[in-house]
Design a protein around this ligand. Sequence first.
Ligand code: PMP
Length: 392
Amino acid sequence: MLSNLQQQPADALLALIKLHNDDPRADKIDLGVGVYRTGDGETPVFGAIKAAEKKLVETQDSKAYLGPEGDMGFVAALMPYVFGKEDPDMGGRIEGMQTPGGTGSLRLALAMVQRAGAKRIIVGKPSWPNHAQICKDLGLEVVEFNHAGEDGKVDMDALRAAIAAGTEGDAMLLHGCCHNPTGIDYTHANWDEIAGLLAKSPIMPILDLAYQGLGLGMEEDAYGLRAVLAAVPEALICYSCDKNFGLYRDRVGALYAMAKDPADLTKIMSNGHSLARANWSQPPDHGGAAVRLVLEDEALTAQWLAELDEMRERMRWVRDKLAAAGVTGGVDLSPIGIQNGLFSIIPFTPEQVQEMRKGHGIYFAGSGRINVAGLTTGNIDKFIAAVAEVTA
Ligand code: PMP
């Protein structure tokens, strides 16, 4: 039976890691993998997380099952950061559950809207490839609209048209901040308009917040999500702690539902729980428990926020430096300065991508997506010079 299976394409980014690892040049640069790196090229465990993990090992006295919803203390502790300290559950209209990363949350959200009758998911193009992959796996149709224009800014006309064309049974996936792969985010004014348009549309919003705090700041990065939630009757929110707490492989995320009527929340979340049960039964505990311990402790929270500020400021330094290079060879690097988060796309041709790899030992995705955190004081000048040479 198993011989009937078809070969699946290898994950392009994993193949890229191998190419980079196999390159013997000492000054090679990895801009492929989607993790934050310090100025020394490391992806260390946050100090606040280390301290919380220590506390966890010392105080945890049971590893008995918690249930499909996971650690509800973690889920609650995160809410003031996501939804605002004023009214973190929007008058009792929001409830959540823990998931294995943002991916687990998206899997549940998409399966949940499908159970509720959704047929089509409207997604900006390009997007994080796993959005379409999960939709495909569930048998949901993906309807694409153009996310950004040539000018490095959001294509609002395409988004307006996509919302206008939406009908009952459609859901729309929106990146809350730090758009992956373009780094091109909606401005606050764009979000206000989007919220107003969605309020008048039958489209169900699914907000994906995987990089809160890595763009402009924890509060600023939640602006769009909160604007939409204030305007629409119901929505699903997919959250990842894997970047902003540096927990990647520990798989820490949450799914929140905002209901029109709080009386429906129990019924809605029972679907999240039963879907989780059928997929992974329960989320892994360790990372979520560490996040909870950070957020329950004032000093650890301050330490975490300071570490996050440092990451954001470093990425801003890289972005400013690239933007200051302006037109370099045949490409303009200046839009990178107004983009946010780990990623930006440089419009390299496929031949130029190969030349950056072969000629300069600089590795990034075939789409031209670079992880700006891979650039440091030690290699950024080499990178800019290589871009100038290859695109000239
Ligand atoms: N959404 C987006 C837009 C992402 O880029 C990612 C991770 N790269 C995720 C969700 C999921 O993150 P994770 O499953 O690692 O928490």
